[in-house]
Design a protein around this ligand. Structure first.
Ligand code: NAD
Ligand code: TYD
Length: 355
């Protein structure tokens, strides 16, 4: 299948591109190459036959229309987005542009292109809109996010993704564009930008710097190894019926503080220092509007598409820690471009103190 992937130079998009190429699909990777992109994520893959790259902004309707017309894809996997909650607090503009306006332009271009397809190609065409469980807001102690949980986004990031989900739904209902949507929990694994929690912990621990845990570390996330997400995304693209939505999750709920301690223990084992890495943990000012708990009910995708995560959180964390230790070249290059693990997402300067 010839798949147009947006955001294929990002963390999850590059995992999708690598897996799809490995399985024999063709890829057109459309990426603007923002700060979050890294073509090193595709090192060794870009020379393969069946891979094409187009540097373009998804908000640029003319560029996107040309790419559809020139490459004639069988399907779209739309992952391009601004993805970091803390950055959305500091600067929501780019989130509105890319996540809302960009998704709108992608849907419009896909709709124009879809109209040109033969009936057989129309039957097979899918626009897979890739989204997050954060659209559902925050859970209390009990309950899980299901596909029919009402949307209640709390951050500029999740609000922009929720809006993009509604646009995708509307283009499916109103224009019969064959959309499928998936909402996934927190991903982790190799090639994740060092701004996100897991790489923050690994790289701070490695440097012997303080490990910042927001608030009391009692917020809960449901962690999924990135390759398990990529596998679910390709399965949904190829087997889900038009109009369906699926929640994808790791069945791995952890309090942040427990996860951080697990990573510290792995670091003690793999890269010991004179005192335990846990001594570096520092509780810092909380994120404004910090969602308390995310947890996914993945029973629909398990039941209907026979998908299950294959990597336990213990195994995945071990692989991830080992990967960052073995691939210093990868994250040092990002540091050299100016990101050195600084605190992001404090809406006001007054909050900037250690708790
Ligand atoms: P990422 O930030 O690592 O990568 C995003 C990619 O999109 C980058 O390569 C960037 O250059 C590209 N991009 C951004 N703006 C663009 C634009 N205007 N035009 C073209 N390309 C642009 O993100 P990620 O973590 O890989 O997330 C990918 C998708 O999965 C996003 O839609 C995100 O909302 C969703 N998601 C992420 C997670 C997670 O835990 N990371 C969980 C669930 C869903
Ligand atoms: P993050 O990786 O930013 O993902 P998201 O906010 O999309 O869930 O953060 C995961 C959790 O870790 C979240 O509860 C915020 C917290 N966190 C910290 O405690 N310290 C950090 O340095 C970062 C980046 C996040």
């Amino acid at each position: 299948m010839k798949i147009l992937v947006t955001g294929g130079a990002g963390f999850i998009g590059s995992a999708v591109v690598r897996m799809a190429l490995e399985r024999g699909d063709e890829i057109i990777n459309v990426d603007k190459l923002t700060y979050a992109a890294n073509l090193d994520n595709l090192k060794g893959w870009t020379e393969r036959s069946g891979y094409a790259f187009e540097q373009a902004d998804i908000c640029d309707s003319a560029a996107i229309a040309r790419i559809f017309s020139e490459h004639q894809p069988d399907a779209v996997m739309h992952l391009a987005a601004e993805s970091h909650v803390d950055r959305s607090i500091d600067g929501p503009d780019a989130f509105i542009q890319t996540n809302l306006v960009g998704t709108f332009q992608m849907l419009q271009a896909a709709r124009g292109y879809f109209d040109t397809l033969s009936p057989e190609r129309k039957d097979r065409f899918r626009f897979h809109h890739v989204s997050t469980d954060e659209v559902y807001g925050s859970l209390g102690e009990d309950g899980l996010f299901r596909e029919d949980t009402p949307y209640a986004p709390n951050s500029p990031y999740s609000a922009s993704k929720a809006g993009s989900d509604f646009l995708a739904r509307a283009w499916s209902e109103t224009y019969a564009l064959p959309v499928v949507t998936s909402n996934c929990s927190n991903n982790y694994g190799p090639y994740q930008h060092p701004e996100k929690l897991i790489p923050v912990v690994i790289l701070k621990a490695l440097a012997g710097d303080k490990i910042p845990v927001y608030g009391k570390g009692e917020n809960i996330r449901d962690w999924l190894f990135v390759d398990d997400h990529a596998d679910a995304l390709l399965l949904i693209l190829k087997t889900a019926a038009f109009g369906e939505t699926y929640n994808v999750g790791g069945l791995n709920e952890r309090r942040n503080i427990d996860l951080v301690r697990t990573i510290c223990q792995l670091m003690d084992e793999i890269h010991p220092r004179p005192t335990p890495h846990e001594d570096l943990i520092s509780f810092v000012a909380d994120r404004p509007g910090h969602d308390q708990r995310y947890a996914i009910d993945a029973s629909k995708i398990e039941r209907e598409l026979s998908w299950k995560p294959s990597v336990t959180v213990e195994e995945g964390m071990r692989r991830t820690v080992a990967w960052y230790l073995d691939n210093e070249w990868w994250w040092q290059a990002i540091r050299q471009q100016g990101f050195e693990g600084q605190r992001l997402g404090l809406a006001s300067k007054e909050q900037e103190h250690d708790g």
